[in-house]
Design a protein around this ligand. Structure first.
Ligand SMILES: NC(=O)c1ccc[n+]([C@@H]2O[C@H](COP(=O)([O-])OP(=O)(O)OC[C@H]3O[C@@H](n4cnc5c(N)ncnc54)[C@H](OP(=O)(O)O)[C@@H]3O)[C@@H](O)[C@H]2O)c1
Length: 200
């Protein structure tokens, strides 16, 4: 598997730290050229490599860590995303449900990435917590995963485990996934819940 993080702000960098901690290769990209991102990327770890957006999206798993409406710009980078998994880490607090055609925000994002398998995840914690070591005494920090394609969730759960998190699958976006979606100015009840799963 190859991984890219699109968006190298607070969440993108937090996730880059998680990859670096486990020595897993990851590409990072934003609208800025790779040379502009390279010093920060290198400071996080030697396996965090800045690339252009076009080169980064060659990865088979792409984590979306851009401001919500920017997903549309990222999606335009390919006419078809077949064969790729998009992990949606964006949130939509304050966006009216009508603006999303009444859909959960990640289902709205999925429409833009034609052909991709979409999983919502890594969106429920503030960046500083997401950046911290997810392994603490007695347990692993929980990340919630949801999506309408169950087969797509399993490899993302594997990635979460490799990064040291404890993945908890919530099911479909409009079912368990609703717990980690903002709707209008209301956060889903699991957003910001920093939970740990004890080693069994
Ligand atoms: N901050 C948090 O604690 C937190 C927690 C959970 C979820 N989230 C969600 O995560 C997403 C990112 O939040 P953030 O706080 O990390 O934002 P941020 O610090 O503002 O970073 C956004 C990043 O996206 C890049 N970007 C913007 N438009 C882009 C485009 N069209 N193509 C490629 N890159 C683009 C920006 O870089 P350039 O300007 O160089 O393009 C920047 O690196 C948001 O949807 C937010 O709701 C945030």
């Amino acid at each position: 598997m190859s991984y890219a993080i699109i968006g190298f702000g607070k969440i993108g960098q937090a996730l880059a730290h998680a990859f670096a901690r486990k020595n897993i290769d990851v590409t990072v990209a934003s609208r800025r050229p790779p040379e502009a991102l390279a010093p920060e990327a290198l400071a996080i770890g030697p396996r965090v490599v800045a690339k252009s957006l076009r080169d980064a999206i060659e990865a088979d798993t792409i984590i979306l860590a851009v401001p919500f409406w920017e997903h549309r710009e990222v999606a335009k980078a390919l006419p078809n995303w077949e064969g790729k998994t998009v992990i949606d880490a964006t949130n939509t607090f304050g966006v009216l449900p009508e603006e999303l055609d009444g859909l959960p925000s990640s289902a709205f994002v999925a429409k833009a990435f034609t052909g991709a398998r979409l999983v919502k995840g890594f969106n429920h914690l503030v960046a500083a917590i997401l950046a911290a070591d997810p392994i603490v005494e007695g347990g692993h920090r929980v990340v919630f995963l949801s999506g309408d394609d169950e087969d797509a969730i399993a490899p993302v759960a594997d990635l979460a485990k490799q990064l040291g998190f404890a993945p908890v699958k919530l099911g479909k976006l409009n079912e368990g996934g609703a717990l980690v979606h903002a709707r209008g100015r209301t956060w889903g009840p699991l957003i910001f819940q920093d939970l740990f799963k004890k080693d069994q």
